[in-house]
Write a protein that binds this ligand. Structure first.
Ligand code: GLY
Length: 228
């Protein structure tokens, strides 16, 4: 699901595409038409605050994505997370995943991020495991990154090792860029083992299971400072 406007929960429309059509992705006008046919309501989603922020930004048009780091416990700092990825496994070993995003601020019209791209922002293979990503989507698309994490698990790596190796791949491909942008991976294998790794400090993830209800964990990272 990409370039879908005026629909509050595109992820729910994406599920309908999976369940009710022979396709895997709809975009733009056709996606909106399908959503409305499926009973989703068209709504104006632009808030006055967002419009003001955009008009302020237009004065400089300085495109500078911020590293998405949650800065817990630091007064005055704002959280600026974007993507939410979720991986699940049930008692029969059936895996599922979902990935949504607030998108990237101040992007060019028509830009598609990693979240809707299968294998970039999310990949689930019931035979092996699942992975999802957060951060600057271009790096995930460049590296087919969630697919890469799952393939590394298929080769025998643990979820944590697979996430770390995928992050190292991002660094090796674009060492300079990797200092100024955030990329994070979260993975789970068929045994329910979980791992995460990020480029920069500040990526947190939550685990909810019968033993670790609602644990909130800090991901290890290549760089330990969010100041770049
Ligand atoms: N990870 C979200 C995006 O780049 O759009």
């Amino acid at each position: 699901m990409a370039a879908l406007t005026d629909i509050l929960h595109p992820i729910s429309v994406a599920r309908r595409v999976m369940e009710k059509t022979p396709h895997v992705m709809l975009v733009g006008e056709g996606a909106q038409q399908f959503a409305v046919q499926q009973g989703f309501e068209r709504q104006k989603l632009l808030t006055p605050e967002a419009e003001k922020a955009w008009r302020d930004w237009l004065k400089t048009e300085n495109y500078a994505p911020q590293i998405n780091a949650e800065r817990r416990g630091r007064p005055g700092d704002k959280d600026n997370h974007d993507t939410i990825g979720m991986l699940a496994i049930d008692e029969s070993g059936q895996m599922a995943g979902a990935c949504t995003t607030s998108g990237m601020a101040w992007k060019m019209h028509g830009r598609v991020g990693d979240s809707p791209i299968i294998g970039a922002g999310l990949y689930v293979d019931n035979d092996v495991g699942a992975a999802t990503a957060s951060g600057v989507g271009e790096e995930m698309i460049r590296n087919a990154a969630s697919f890469l994490v799952v393939e590394l698990m298929r080769q025998g790596h643990s979820p944590a090792e697979a996430c770390q190796e995928a992050i190292q791949r991002v660094v090796r491909k674009r060492p300079e860029a990797s200092r100024t942008l955030q990329v994070c991976f979260l993975a789970m294998n068929r045994s329910g083992e979980i791992g995460a790794y990020a480029l920069h400090r500040g990526f947190v993830y939550a685990i909810c299971d019968s033993k670790k209800q609602d644990a909130l964990l800090d991901s290890p990272s290549v760089y330990t400072s969010t100041q770049v």
